[in-house]
Design a protein around this ligand. Sequence first.
Ligand SMILES: Nc1ncnc2c1ncn2[C@@H]1O[C@H](COP(=O)(O)OP(=O)(O)O)[C@@H](O)[C@H]1O
Ligand SMILES: [Mg+2]
Length: 227
Amino acid sequence: MTEKQGELITIADPRSLASEAFRTLRTNLQFTSVDRPLRTILVTSASPEEGKSTTLANLAVTMAQAEKRVIMVDCDLRRPVLHKLFGLSREIGLVTMMVEDEALANPPLQETGVKGLWLLASGPLPPRPPDLLGSQRMARVIESLLARADLLLFDAPPVLAVTDASILASRVDGVLLVASAGHTKRDDLRNAKAQLDKVSAPIIGAVLNNAELNRRMGYYYGESEEG
Ligand SMILES: Nc1ncnc2c1ncn2[C@@H]1O[C@H](COP(=O)(O)OP(=O)(O)O)[C@@H](O)[C@H]1O
Ligand SMILES: [Mg+2]
């Protein structure tokens, strides 16, 4: 395990409350769509810095721990970070598959150190991400990746900032909307959902990140039991 990987709670401390919460999320997702398993999931949020990428990475680790073959796809072609969370390179990835036929046939996946979990990094950053994400070629990229994994998790920029996430939302089986406790504004979350509804995005749930309050309550109840 590299030092970088140690920063992900599901790797560093699988027995923590937070890791347990990710296992619950995994179970809930498995029950969300029993008849037709979710194979492509987009993780996004209203605004920057709400924990999209961190949530995606932890969910990916948790899914891989359940013997699933999982590929994280860094579709945040504005501020890609997934490679950093695993100490990997950003240089070759999704955009490479867009422009090189050889890469389309043989995706430049990077091993993460977690069994069953790979990263397709962003690759070189293009001038207009929506053009790529909305292209026919993107459908072929997804097809090629699905031949190699049970589940694809797509990271994306915030919904309210740019159209990228909305474009991707119409190509996936499910969209997870992340909100950050004490940070995400109610109106922003509502607007983000409205924006996704407009493109008929299959929203399958919301994840509350940074839920400190719940922890404090847990602590409080724990104390009162002792006293
Ligand atoms: N639950 C959390 N507890 C502490 N720090 C967090 C948590 N979730 C995210 N962060 C930190 O917040 C910053 C933004 O997270 P990130 O996942 O990159 O957000 P986004 O993808 O929405 O921009 C990162 O430095 C990350 O380490
Ligand atoms: Mg991010």
